[in-house]
Design a protein around this ligand. Structure first.
Ligand code: CP
Length: 313
């Protein structure tokens, strides 16, 4: 019997059970159809308030949380950090407590430092949803990736998933590794040695393997997930040049042909075309990059609904 998600906050995938993850995915499936209606609005969260507090840039996550809130009839408020009192020296926790004093139901937060959503959850009465904290976790990205994989493969259990690129700085990799291994997939990671932490295979108990090179990771894979080179988090040289990175780790058609013939390609975005992924792959029929973005709205509808007290499917 599935034990559904009944937590107030969504801080990461690491502490969720497989049942809780499946509960969120099933709830997202139920909301999905609303996004293809002519009138994309239902009254489910009428009277609820969602604050988007993003300290880092975002196109997909911020927009889809806002759309998700609005399509469920919640009031959505976006805080512009550059014009907030944070620029006058107010601390992050004071900002959070002041926002909380206005009685929002949910605060969605993205921050460059790992653990910020966890700190806010300690002082806030509103539900806190992690929209990406440093190199720690990006739970809704992993959920939308899982929804995309389930849609195209019909399952996650037993799949071979290759995750390639900047593992060291990637919150997407961490959340995906937790989610995919909890749901029974086998995950192989590959990247330059400097971008794959030595002890990474111990991140989870089982089903995580560090491959010698990209070819070994991709061979026979059902899913190939390519990560962005995060220039903003790299304070030292992890590889000689971007051109060299692209030669050794870029996903080309030739490399993708090592995967299963029906393998699918995912990338969380934003893409560095011609560096970690060739345009011939990104624009091919095997690429589900825009499906990921599409399912992101349904996943965030589910997360807002559950975090603000909705009953899971
Ligand atoms: N995948 C992702 O988090 O994209 P954004 O940075 O545009 O939100």
């Amino acid at each position: 019997m599935e034990k559904p998600f009944r937590r107030r906050d969504l801080l990461g995938i690491r502490n969720l059970s497989a049942d809780e993850i499946v509960g969120i995915l099933n709830t997202a499936e139920n909301f999905r159809e609303i996004n293809s209606r002519e009138i994309k609005k239902v009254p489910t969260l009428r009277g609820k308030t969602v604050i988007n507090l993003f300290f880092e840039s975002s196109t997909r996550t911020r927009t889809s949380f806002e759309l998700a809130a609005k399509r469920l009839s919640a009031d959505a408020v976006n805080i512009s950090v550059s014009s907030s009192a944070l620029t006058k020296g107010e601390t992050l926790l004071d900002t959070a407590m002041n926002l909380d004093a206005m009685s929002p139901d949910c605060i969605v937060v993205r921050h460059a430092s790992a653990g910020v959503p966890h700190q806010l959850a300690k002082v806030s009465k509103a539900a806190i949803v992690n929209a990406g904290d440093g190199a720690n976790e990006h739970p809704t990205q992993a959920l939308l990736d899982a929804m995309t994989i389930r849609e195209h493969k019909g399952k996650i259990d037993g799949l071979e998933v290759a995750i390639v690129g900047d593992i060291l700085h990637s919150r997407v990799a961490r959340s995906n590794i937790h989610l995919l291994t909890k749901l029974g997939a086998k995950v192989r990671v590959a990247g330059p040695k400097t971008l794959v932490p030595d002890d990474f295979a111990h991140l989870v108990e089982k089903n995580l393997f560090v491959s010698k090179n990209i070819e070994e990771a991709i061979e026979g894979a059902d899913v190939v997930m390519i990560l962005r080179i995060q220039k903003e988090r790299q304070d030292s040289a992890y590889f000689p040049t971007l051109r060299e990175y692209s030669i050794h780790y870029g996903l080309t058609n030739e490399r993708l042909n090592l995967a299963k013939s029906d393998a699918i390609v995912l990338h969380p975005g934003p893409m560095n075309r011609g560096i970690e992924i060739a345009s011939e792959v990104a624009d091919s029929s095997r690429s589900l990059i825009l499906d990921q973005v599409k399912y992101g709205v349904a996943v965030r509808m589910a997360v807002l609904y559950l975090a603000t007290g909705g009953n899971p499917s």
